[in-house]
Design a protein around this ligand. Sequence first.
Ligand code: COA
Ligand code: AMP
Length: 634
Amino acid sequence: MSYESEYRQSIEQPEAFWQQQADQLDWFQAPTQIMSKDENGIDRWFADGVMNTCHMALDYHLEAGRGDQVAIYYDSPVTGSRAAISYRDLKDQVAIFAGGLKALGVTKGDRVLIYMPMIPQAVVAMLACARLGAIHSVVFGGFAAHELAVRIDDAQPKVLLSASCGIEIDRVIEYKPLVDKAIELAEHKPEACVIFQRPETEAQMQAGRDVDWDQLMTQSAPVDCTPVSATDPLYVLYTSGTTGRPKGVVRDNGGHAVAMKYSMKAIYDMDAGDVFWAASDVGWVVGHSYIVYGPLLAGLSTVLYEGKPVRTPDAGAFWRVVSDYNVKALFSAPTAFRAIKKEDPESKCLLQYDLSSLKTVFMAGERLDPPTYHWVKSVLDVPVVDHWWQTETGWAICGNLMGVDPKPAKAGSSTLPSPGFNVQILDDDGNPVGPNVQGNVAIKLPLPPSCLPTIWGNFPRFRDGYLSTFDGYYVSGDGGYIDEDGYVFIMGRTDDVINVAGHRLSTGEIEEVVADHRDVAECAVIGIHCELRGQVPIGLVLLKDGVTTDSDDLEAQLIASVREGVGAVACFRRTLVVSRLPKTRSGKILRKLLRQIADGQDYTVPSTIDDPSSLPEIAEAMAKAEIGAAAKVA
Ligand code: COA
Ligand code: AMP
């Protein structure tokens, strides 16, 4: 099958195309209604299908004779431990843990918040929720208590699942105090917290609320899968928008399972029994889709890696894992490879390992910059595929169909639209533009299976944020162009979302914390270019009249506040005190202009600017402070 005919069928006959893909899964009741409208007028997939994602990911494989195959290779250089968990063992653990959750009162539709490090129990937790038809919401371990509290209040979980700690290289990060503080800050109080005690540190338990994970496992009886409708949510995953309030992206059970199964073969060229490694974290969408659900739905072995690309213990960490588990496809973020390249530019660490199992490297999370693309290609000598996607879609909007019809790569491009995604470039008035003209990257409706049908508890936010800008289109928030061969180039966000080491953050979230400081009158947080992390946030602050705080002290205080309020993962490490911020006459801060100045790019002074003389002043202050184009990699 050629890419062109596969893609054409998906766009011209979407229902026939996706029905064929749905037939590859083991439904309790196969869908007959392939695409229909819901009460909000949104296209929904497989509405009358009845299923359970955990059944499709685990029980089905046992029935198909795959019980002894490894489902999860857990590899943890930070604790020096490894485990190989078979499909049978995983199913048994999940069924018992689901029994434990049921005993705590969790039933279909209840939310369960998961705040866990990269340990097998995190996967057990997710699948146990799916087994009960409960909706999980995983929060990345690098987020601080306040961010956790915001998510607790939005998702209103009945139960919260966590562990005593995470481990960052050689530092033990205690999770339980963060959980306790988040619950204290939140208005909504979960009825119970189940805590997995790790040997590295013991969490203090609160009587009457906290439950020991192991004890719950020994006390509980396994339960079967609860049938759910294909349009029932499997999970809510919070992602950064342009404001300080994260958005709960809702993922359907049915469309998600179908897209995961389809993409594992079509995009990643993986067959049952192959080993797949997404070097990400279960707290991000990549972790949901390609550490947990995609590989398990397709009967693969997935690698769960609790470590970093460097310093655990060295820049050969990725190559060791590939070689130890015969990884066929590796998926990570460009920033991880930039970190390896920085420490081992001549890739000497690679020489110790046999990488013959590795067939393809996939990258996402941020644009794969051409220098990194060329470096990875030269050291590994396998196809390197950039593919573009978002938490909202759950799988690649653009990529290279390695399992259907691989196309030659073009550095800087995420290749061609995936089947089901009708990608268009629109100008600001919503008109399609020609080849090589930059504009807003939009997707013509209907969206294919797995894409969000709403924002949790807030349909107007979904409609207004994504569907109202251009009639009949989903607007991605990314800018880019399509070349004369149809290759898509994603060039970056058009809004105030930033991407720090492949982690999506909102400048608004950070701004709220900075603006809260007693000395700060006004501030703008912008994402500036960083050689290692792609982007990092910096804060430009205007002090209140009469404030005499030393700027170094202020910087230290603001850095500490952002770590406390958002999390270390924000990598907020620089601030600059300025006397004016460039604004439009209506008072809107011109953040894009600030970004361009910081990155040393040419810029046009907009006619709407109130006081253009603030610009050279800011450029000079940035240069003096070695911020932006003049900054060093830290
Ligand atoms: N729990 C607690 N803290 C965490 C954390 C977690 N799960 N993840 C990151 N942090 C902390 C780090 O310890 C670090 O803290 P520090 O400022 O005290 O040193 C801070 O957040 C920044 O983390 P990170 O950006 O990961 O920096 P790093 O120097 O440890 O590693 C890279 C740099 C590039 C190696 C790393 O970011 C990386 O591997 N990125 C790949 C990203 C990725 O997989 N993205 C998923 C999309 S595919
Ligand atoms: P997230 O929702 O965390 O996956 O982040 C999605 C955003 O990351 C996108 O909107 C893009 O801005 C960026 N992104 C992800 N993958 C790519 C890619 N391959 N090329 C360019 N940008 C990407």
